[in-house]
Write a protein that binds this ligand. Structure first.
Ligand SMILES: CC(C)(COP(=O)(O)OP(=O)(O)OC[C@H]1O[C@@H](n2cnc3c(N)ncnc32)[C@H](O)[C@@H]1OP(=O)(O)O)[C@@H](O)C(=O)NCCC(=O)NCCS
Length: 397
């Protein structure tokens, strides 16, 4: 039997720190209100040159470093994000290119703040099914780019960052032992980015109404999260065949300290078994759980053999849980590190060379449509539009 073990982890956070007092200078709020209602003290905000992809790449490199692997050895890259670099191409493809992961498939996964646990489940299933040996699972966000900085009820909550884990196939039992994925689309409008998709493209009207920024019914989302957090944890613990007392660390999505504390009470888990870093980063959506895992592992809160339960929840509405037995990282090789750095530099050069080659090919061979290259037929401007075509066919009938 194959098991999907977590053998590497990493995180990346923007340098810039925005404190509650900084926010109080932008909107009508206060450090006391934000701390008391959410537990957040500060958050990180991406700089002009930082994007979801750059953060995802940095976290992925750190995770590969811990795993002692190079991009070349990765079979699949999944980036869970609600703030992709573009609608397409996927952010995962950009990560694949930067890592020189030439043998990897790559796709983005959209499940809002539950995205990382969904992606972990998909990655583990790919390994268990035998279609992949090594999977990079990343949660990455730049929520600061979709926040309405004049809406005090949402802008105080979110932050930017990325976290990543490397999953690898092993025969020995451990790793991702059970997962649970759920959705309730009847609550879709409770947490939504209304404009920018196919239903409502971005128009001057949409921009004027700030519909390209996060809209949230905070109270309803709070009620939903408080209901499902302990229930999902209980279900996945049972699915893994464990007891709640056997759990060494509970890593919930970092959305609100009050929600986390009430779930811990309901589960009868003491707070020293609950990982919280919301005070430093706010809600980083799909990135919050992998950032927490990387910090827990780096600070010794997670040790090989530990049983960890993670629960994500958010827009969709969606929620997801995973029960994982923590593994040893692969051996760390300094020598390998130099080779990996060289590999990333070569990947950058290769990517640039491929772009150049495409440009040269285009210059030499021109258009593939002979009619177009002869200059005889319709240019895009004088081709009939679909509407005109259908009128013509109706007229013929
Ligand atoms: C957003 C949240 C912190 C608001 O806390 P709350 O106790 O529910 O606060 P309310 O929305 O009831 O608002 C209470 C008052 O505070 C005000 N308020 C809202 N945001 C404020 C802010 N940043 N600073 C000061 N006052 C604020 C409201 O305007 C309201 O004032 P009013 O009573 O005069 O109308 C809370 O609802 C929450 O955490 N919800 C879940 C959000 C979440 O986790 N989303 C992501 C899920 S992945």
């Amino acid at each position: 039997m194959r098991y999907a073990h977590i053998v590497g982890w990493g995180k990346a956070l923007p340098q810039r720190i925005m404190t509650n007092d900084d926010l109080a200078r932008i909107v009508d709020t206060s450090d006391a209100w934000i701390r008391e209602r959410t537990g957040i003290v500060e958050r990180r905000i991406a700089g002009p040159h930082e994007t979801t992809a750059t953060l995802a790449i940095a976290a992925a490199k750190e995770a590969l470093e811990v795993a002692g692997l190079s991009g070349h050895q990765v079979d699949l890259i999944i980036v869970a994000t609600a703030t992709p670099e573009h609608i397409f191409p996927s952010t995962a493809s950009l990560v694949q290119d930067a890592l020189g992961a030439d043998h990897a498939g790559a796709f983005d996964l959209s499940a809002a703040c539950s995205g990382f646990v969904y992606a972990l489940s998909m990655g583990a299933d790919a390994i268990k099914a035998g279609s992949a040996e090594t999977v990079l699972v990343i949660g990455a966000e730049t929520l600061s780019r979709i926040v309405n900085w004049s809406d005090r009820s949402t802008c105080v909550l979110f932050g930017d960052g990325a976290g990543a884990v490397v999953l690898q196939a092993r025969e020995q039992p451990g790793g991702v032992m059970a997962t649970l994925l759920r959705s309730d689309g009847s609550g879709a409008e409770l947490l939504i980015l209304p404009a920018g998709g196919s239903k409502m493209p971005i128009t001057p009207e949409a921009l004027a109404q700030n519909l390209h920024t996060i809209k949230m019914n905070g109270r309803e989302v709070y009620r939903f999260a408080s209901r499902i957090l302990d229930r999902a944890a209980r279900e996945v613990i049972q699915k893994a065949g464990w007891n709640p007392e056997q759990v060494d660390l509970f890593v919930p999505h970092q959305a609100n300290l009050r929600i986390i504390e009430s779930a811990a009470r309901a589960l009868n888990i003491p707070m020293d078994k609950v990982f919280c870093n919301i005070q430093s980063y706010g809600n980083t959506s799909a990135a919050s759980i992998p950032i927490a895992l990387a910090e827990a592992a780096a600070t010794g809160r997670l040790r090989p053999g530990d049983r960890v339960v993670m629960v994500g929840f958010g827009g969709g509405l969606t929620w997801a849980a995973a029960a994982v037995q923590w593994s040893e990282p692969r051996a760390f090789h300094r020598k390998g590190r130099t080779w990996r750095q060289l590999g990333y530099s070569l990947a950058g050069l290769r990517s640039r060379a491929r772009r150049l080659l495409r440009h040269v090919e285009d210059r030499i061979f021109g258009s593939l449509d002979p009619a177009l290259s002869n200059g005889k037929s319709s240019t895009p401007a004088n081709r009939p539009r679909p509407q005109e075509q259908s009128t013509t066919s109706e007229q013929k009938r």
